[in-house]
Design a protein around this ligand. Sequence first.
Ligand code: PEP
Ligand code: MG
Length: 757
Amino acid sequence: MPINMLHTLRQIVQGVNQSEALDDALQFLVTQTKQALETQCCSVYLANVEAGHFTLMATDGLAQSSVGNAVIGFHEGLIGLVGEREEPINLANAHQHPRFKFIPQVEEEQLNAFLGTPIIHQGRVLGVLTIQQADARQFSEQEESLLVTLSAQLAGVLAAAKARGQLTAASSHQRSMVVLQGVAGSPGIAVAQAWVERVAVELEDVVEGQHQDLDAELERWQNAVLQTREYIERLSLRLGESLDRDVLAIFDVYQNILNDNSISGAVEQHIRANASAETALVRVAKDYIGQFAAMKDAYLRERATDIRDLAQRLLYFLQQRAHELTEHEQPLVLVAEEVTASMLASIPRDKLLGIVSVRGSSNSHAAILARALGIPAVLGIADLPLKKCAGRDVILDGYSGRLYLSPSAAVKEEYARLLRQESELQIEFEKNRELPAATADGRRLSVMINAGLAADTEHYGGGADGVGLFRTEIPFMIQDKFPSEEFQFQTYCNILNRFPGQPVTMRTLDVGGDKALPYFPIREENPFLGWRGLRMTLDHPEIFLVQMRAMLKAHHKCRNLRIMFPMVTNIAELEQAKKLLRKAHAELQDELGEHFALPPLGIMIEVPAMLYQLRAVADQVDFVSVGSNDLTQYLLAVDRNNARVANLYDELNPAVLNALNSIAQQCRQYQLNFSICGELASDPLGAILLVAMGYKVLSMNAANIGRVKWALAKVSMSQCQHMLQKALNLSSADTIRRQLYVDMDSFGLGALIRPGQ
Ligand code: PEP
Ligand code: MG
């Protein structure tokens, strides 16, 4: 495709993305596309699933009076045919096609040639984009590929514009509700107002306001200037090595604008006249932008973009401070582009009712944290209009992955009923929490917790037989530099002391993938297949040795530690890591002038290659723990963090079940202790299957201990095995799940199955 065409396409997609209202977005789309493709007509139809038809939403070439009125059934006419076939249809003479449907009001009698392409988002036909012309000739291959490219790029953008448009409508007619579908990240229901975390704001989003305290407002403004200055300096230093001098000069321009008293002075003047800092900034910035944009000189005109960019950065810091100062008084649902551990930590637990994000998926670490804290979450809502959500009433359904914005009274009532039901069940589960974990026929099991945040262990509520997985990278993630040996020693002692006499399995640093340390960025094309876990720490013995010394010291004091290595791919890595462990141990013994035994050592089974090396592993370690989250991701080649392929990530996939079963069988054969610490163990259904396979130690997020114990206490070992045998004979995750639900229902576990799951 010619470069200038690519540029035009990008401009169209950007224009659609920037339009606030759906109608404007669509009108922009058809006008620009018609012009770019030099044709006589371009139209877009959107699907109305409830009504079962497409509606003409915008056109440049057909009768304007038919916009919003002309409809065509999903199985009617050429538009319906494009939707059914989910592929382009290119005809020299549309009127001669047997599926052509004459709709008088659109007035297309003169238009013979027709090219229609479906707009498909996440596997669903969202609409159809068409171009038409009088000449009875087929559109060229080049034109066809352009329209296909445009439709593919537009799909996500249009879905987002549609949600934004619906929301704008929802605020004017209070009754209309918007339902968005994401990935179920953590079970539960939350009903509250949305709190949107740090959205990159645009000047146009600022609502005019006044301040209450002049000095405080001036200080807020000056702080934002300071932070922006520092930010630009950092950015310019960081990019200094990779950018040309003339590109870097842009940062000097920014610094000059910031240093120039005329802008800052003008903003302060507005603040003195009672405007809020944001309002003052927007007024001054718009004034400058207007002046620059009107200049004849191309270079000076470009400065308008610089001022806008800079003003938005200032706005970001102004609002960020406002966020930091916010004391959350009302319960809220946190909404963000991507949820981080520090965001979760910044909101008091009793105020945080739910989590919603644009990115992420059910096994991303944000989801795992949410489950560990027992907070319902819906992630991966790609078309979530972040800026439009703030302050809205929302209902989040963490079972079905649905988010209701401005829910209707009927939906609110239904969810209030479900919430009541849920809290009754929760009381039931809590009764089981402190009881020993066992099946109905008395087979004893061990239930451990997965932890990482101090809060996990402080508030977990009891009932565990120890810690099956302590993710040491989480304390690392909320620091601003690698924590010292002393700090780590204290952290580890705290955890070990909280579980006296019970085993605590700590995993060495597992960064990389979706777990980044702010002070040690790793940028890779394929982070989950890259420098992750043990691979990284073996390359940095200085970091690894400090961590192992801290762990061993803590063990020397408390005596209940077990050490585990993550992401092991081969025996050589394991031997190398053991060598470093022995080195740290020897050093420490020398320092302490005392001999003490090494703690039990294990590895995680999460790289599929380990399934074929268990015999050799058995000679090297005391135990293994299955990380089913990563094992599923690597076995199925599905990024656990990517919402687009979330439907493929399924621990009930027969391949995963067979792999888990094979690990259990092999470990028994090689007399190797085994347990599981992936999320599957936190799900009662998963726990039942694992117990049937022979897993006696299940490590799970603390919030689910009561639920899992309650379920296990209701089924006998032979019922578990009966369910497993049936599951292993089925060939797809869906049929397995359906069968398991039927069995669970018959064993009195029906309350755990939620509609929509
Ligand atoms: C796993 O992969 O299953 C696991 C427990 O580790 P993490 O989720 O931290 O990668
Ligand atoms: Mg893992």
